[in-house]
Design a binder for this molecule. Sequence first.
Ligand SMILES: [Zn+2]
Length: 134
Amino acid sequence: MDAYRQWWYRRLAPHYRFNEAARAANRTARKYKAVGVVTGSELQALWRADSRCRYCRIGLAWREWTVDHAVPFSRGGANTIDNIVMACQSCNARKATGMPHEYAIRMAARGLRLDCLPVGVPVQLFLWGIDAPL
Ligand SMILES: [Zn+2]
């Protein structure tokens, strides 16, 4: 790899990934008629703020993160940055079209406590950041 390609790879490729992910999210949102538009820089800011998976808290390098809509489009979730979290590929695939608390409960049943499940809150009472009965 020559010096320019190396520079491009290190400096520009991550930015392209954010823009590509934003375009993909916007395309899917249009398909599901979900409201909202995201930009690459919003996704980049999200990843910069916390570059770990929102569910299992594994560290995410720039090639590893995926965009997850916490409330899926099929459940009426919006395509806005406040409904988007960074997730690792396996959490994103396992969560699929479930709600975050459904994913957390499913994993808890298998003995894996996700960090999005607050410590001390019974699994049955967990509702995505709100300590209220289901
Ligand atoms: Zn994860």
